[in-house]
Ligand binder design. Structure first.
Ligand SMILES: Cc1ncc(COP(=O)(O)O)c(C=O)c1O
Length: 378
């Protein structure tokens, strides 16, 4: 089966190890197990338990405790859940399960490349709708109405959005759902950043107020994981919540490529999810701190502009110098050790993707080095 190169992953494979200041990370600074257990107030009994647990396949579909903890993130508790190898495994399984050659898929981009390259590799006819800067990186509903037709099998989107940091408000989500419902289309919403809407610091009741696609739409499919919201990408644990008829197909594919997810990952993910409020408090405050630093920097940097992100961990920085984003990123990395992601890897040009929530201590230094470099280069 042919599939296009995954451009973002290619970039990181080649350049991440060469960087001193990684400004491209999408996770809120990851936990060590010690930090996690300290934050949630667990003691050595937890470690004793896991050290003595037989490392068999564990619960094939994920433990009951894990399922209950995931359910607590949604208002709709009627859809079945399955556990996957990260959100990357979740997205892949959904697409394999529902897309057949010749199906029409509409993908809202820029987004994680899985959302257009996997359907294409499965033989789907993929149409893309760009988020536009003039719409504050939100989808253009009229364009979507034109592109989605009555034979559109699936609409793929990512909300909150990586890379732009835009968050589709509920009334706009409902407009998208109206289009999908009229055309009998499924919506796959990759929700790996749901919970990291920046106004969550003040609104409270996060999961109730920031509704998932499955809370709003009977043909909605939600994928997510431990990587971003819970700072535990190393656990490689994600999930799918989907209508029963879709889940039945997903399970068949899952048996061929997953069997189960490690019981170690299941165990620590459950602990983290059961303590989600503590983790979110830590992570939202890191996000607000990082965003203030990058926001002040953007204001002071004449060659950079942006649409301020409203959610997630990333933003697009627009630059006004005549260089391709790949050339700019390579030269900057070579001269300073500062790493951004060139937005051409996301089908855009003239922008860099920055992450501002990982190692806050390095963020300021990296941005200052970038300013000096711009000053000396232009
Ligand atoms: C939008 C989006 N979906 C999925 C993934 C993959 O996440 P995971 O680490 O859970 O496999 C990423 C990782 O960057 C992402 O940004």
């Amino acid at each position: 089966m042919y599939i296009d190169n995954f451009k973002v992953e290619d970039w990181f494979n080649e350049y991440e190890k060469l960087s001193t200041y990684d400004m491209a990370d999408t996770c809120v600074e990851s936990f060590t197990l010690n930090e996690l257990l300290q934050l949630v107030g667990n003691n050595n009994d937890e470690l004793e338990y896991i050290m003595n647990k037989k490392l068999n396949y564990g619960d094939i579909q994920g433990s009951q405790k894990l399922h209950s903890a995931i359910k607590s993130l949604y208002n709709n508790t009627n859809f079945p859940i399955t556990i996957t190898h990260g959100a990357i495994g979740a997205n892949q399984l959904v697409m394999q399960a529902i897309i057949n050659s010749g199906d029409k898929v509409v993908s809202i981009i820029p987004t994680y490349q899985q959302h257009y390259s996997i359907p294409k590799s499965l033989g789907a006819n993929v149409k893309t709708v760009f988020l536009k800067e003039e719409n504050n990186w939100l989808p253009d509903i009229d364009e979507l109405k034109e592109v989605v037709g009555n034979n559109t099998k699936l609409i793929c989107m990512n909300n909150p959005n990586n890379p732009t940091g835009s968050v589709i408000p509920q009334n706009m989500l409902e407009e998208i759902i109206t289009i999908a419902r009229k055309n009998n289309s499924y919506i796959l919403c990759d929700e790996v950043y749901r919970g990291l809407e920046h106004n969550n610091i003040s609104i409270g009741n996060i999961w109730e107020k920031n509704k998932s696609i499955i809370d709003l739409y009977e043909k909605g499919i939600s994928t997510s994981s431990m990587s971003k919201v819970f700072s535990l990408a190393g656990l490689r644990l994600g999930w799918i919540v989907a209508p029963k008829e879709v889940m039945n197909k997903i399970i068949i594919h899952r048996e061929y490529n997953t069997i189960s997810v490690s019981p170690i990952d299941d165990y620590f993910s459950t602990i983290a999810l059961e303590n989600k409020d503590k983790i979110l408090t830590r992570n939202l405050s890191k996000i607000i701190e990082g965003k203030k630093i990058i926001s002040d920097w953007v204001k002071s940097e004449p060659h950079i502009s942006w649409i301020e992100p409203k959610g997630g961990t990333t933003c697009l920085l627009k630059y006004d110098i005549k260089k391709s984003s790949v050339d700019l990123c390579k030269e900057l990395l070579n001269d300073t050790g500062v790493l951004f992601l060139p937005a051409s890897t996301l089908e855009m040009e003239g922008y860099l993707r920055a992450g501002y929530c990982s190692e806050i201590s390095k963020l300021k230094k990296g941005l200052n080095l970038f300013s000096d470099w711009l000053y000396n280069t232009i």
